[in-house]
Design a protein around this ligand. Structure first.
Ligand code: GUN
Length: 231
């Protein structure tokens, strides 16, 4: 196969840097300095993060969830983090959150893959289901039908790379490091900021599992994205 089953205009999704799956590989010195200067910690998704802001303002929790930190039914109005993908820790594995996340690039390049598992059944897609299927279990309603979006984040804005991107709550997200230059092998790391509104609670976090991915996308797509699941 010479092109992606997700987007015929791009080659198949493959890692540019070997995924480390929870055990970061040794980092170049400039990455080590960045990690220590920003006090970044390994994230369970992969990559590194630090929470940089948690709004003292509490707002009513709009989600149906059991919040361990907010038994009074409120949560922080917003939270922000720095997030880094690096040569030694280059994959953010598929997961979803409940809040809407605004991402802003600081430096580096990466590819994002979004599985729109939350969208209403899409009758405009070939073979899409009509409203008569709405009472089927979720995995049957959706089999092979979830819209998958792929885009590059980076500073080459005129080539279509994004410096700001929004991921709505309920969508599955994965990201992986790309070389700074197209076709090159080097990366100084992909450093971004993320702001979640209303604020992040750990209970919101939900990893994609292989079975669910198989239920949401085609077999070819699930094969192509298998390496982006948490191992
Ligand atoms: N703690 C663990 N993961 C996260 C995250 O993604 N965001 C925030 N704000 N805190 C976290």
């Amino acid at each position: 196969r010479s092109h992606s089953s997700l987007d015929p205009s791009i080659p198949p999704l493959e890692p540019s840097f070997a995924p480390s799956y929870g055990a970061p590989n040794p980092e170049p010195e400039h990455i080590q300095k960045l990690i220590s200067h920003l006090s970044l910690q390994p994230h369970v998704e992969g990559g590194y993060f630090v929470e940089t802001d948690r709004d003292a303002l509490r707002v009513p929790n709009p989600f149906t969830s059991v919040d361990t930190e907010a038994l009074d039914g409120t949560r922080s109005a917003s939270t922000s983090i720095h997030y880094l993908l690096s040569p030694g820790n280059p994959l953010g594995a598929f997961h979803r959150n409940k809040g809407r996340t605004v991402h802003t690039l600081h430096h580096g390049r990466g590819r994002y893959v979004i599985i729109h598992a939350d969208e209403a059944a899409a009758p405009h897609l070939p073979g899409g289901y009509g409203s008569d299927k709405s009472n089927l279990p979720e995995h049957e309603r959706w089999a092979g039908k979830a819209r998958v979006e792929v885009f590059v984040v980076g500073t080459d804005i005129l080539k279509g790379e994004r410096v700001q991107w929004i991921v709505e709550g309920g969508k599955y997200k994965s990201s992986f490091l790309l070389p700074d230059e197209e076709g090159g092998g080097e990366s100084a790391g992909l450093l971004i900021s993320e702001t979640v509104v209303p604020g992040f609670e750990y209970d919101d976090h939900d990893f994609m599992k292989a079975e669910r991915m198989k239920a949401l996308v085609s077999e070819a797509q699930a094969d192509e994205m298998g390496w982006m699941l948490r191992k």
